[in-house]
Design a binder for this molecule. Sequence first.
Ligand SMILES: Nc1nc2c(c(=O)[nH]1)N[C@H]1C(S)=C(S)[C@@H](COP(=O)(O)O)O[C@H]1N2
Ligand SMILES: [Mo]
Length: 177
Amino acid sequence: MRDWPVLDLGTQPNLKAEDWTLTIGGAVKRPFQWSWADLQRETQTDSTSDIHCVTAWSRYDNKWRGVLMSRVIEAAQAKPEAKFVILKSFDSYTTNLPLADLQHPDVLLATHWDGVPLTREHGGPVRLVVPHLYFWKSAKWLRQIWFTDRDTPGFWESRGYHAYGDPWKQQRYKSDR
Ligand SMILES: Nc1nc2c(c(=O)[nH]1)N[C@H]1C(S)=C(S)[C@@H](COP(=O)(O)O)O[C@H]1N2
Ligand SMILES: [Mo]
């Protein structure tokens, strides 16, 4: 399979790389904003991982390239009370996850997939990739990372989906343990 399914709210932001910004704020000691140029100055990492969608498809061995999320977190200097993050995207999509999960070594702010720049429909110029959780946590067109002390449900999480979404435990819906 050369490509993979496109799933989103239906409005795909048409963002040029020069217009992309990432805002980091909330419970951090050093809030900041990154432009595309700032992102390019960081170390670019290659990482191969699998995609697990809640609708039961998986796509193995995706070659992602981008900046490690652990690098972003390090730069922000989370305050001790920051245990969760809420991600916001340019299409107003939101999703939540524990801060610890963003620090996994395969979590990337991805700009490339299989050697080519991420297409608009797959979240280009920059999307998050969190391979160890269901793919709805991997925010496309990422715009903001907000650190908080409380887990706040995002778009799907407030519509019956699981707060955490571990594919190995099949945590699809709120009622799944
Ligand atoms: N900004 C944004 N990110 C998003 C979504 C969305 O609607 N908007 N959908 C999520 C869902 S439900 C899935 S399954 C994946 C789909 O990513 P893909 O279209 O690249 O396959 O993106 C996730 N990230
Ligand atoms: Mo999804």
